[in-house]
Design a protein around this ligand. Structure first.
Ligand SMILES: [Zn+2]
Length: 120
């Protein structure tokens, strides 16, 4: 009886060792896949910026990362003031949609203020 228990114990120990080895192998595979995903993400970001005419990551707007769009905490977006309770995508109020910190597009707040002064 005792020999049978020892045999079962040894078999369980072997099984645990196999499972530990399998876990270590899977963790290594997961790390390798994560590195590939990170590489694809960086490559995609670079291509997306290039598509928007932004040659260098450093040239991308600090606020929107080069997309030209940011999430605002309310439906008021860049206009400010009263807004509904919803996260809303809107044009970035730092680069005004260009995605570049070197070549910002027209400041919509100033444009709006100028139009208000004219009475339009
Ligand atoms: Zn921006």
């Amino acid at each position: 009886m005792k020999e049978q228990n020892t045999g079962e114990y040894d078999a369980l120990v072997d099984e645990v060792e196999k499972l530990r080895a399998e876990i270590a192998k899977l963790r290594a595979e997961r790390e390798e896949l994560q590195k590939r995903v990170d590489g694809f993400r960086d490559e995609f970001l670079e291509k997306a910026l290039e598509w928007r005419g932004i040659s260098f990551v450093d040239e991308a707007c600090d606020k929107c990362g080069g997309s030209g769009v940011v999430c605002y905490g309310s439906t008021a977006t860049w206009l400010g003031g009263i807004g509904g309770q919803a996260i809303t995508n809107g044009v970035c109020d730092k680069c005004w949609g260009s995605g570049s910190k070197l070549h910002r597009w027209a400041d919509l707040r100033k444009l709006r203020a100028a139009l208000s002064e004219k009475g339009d």
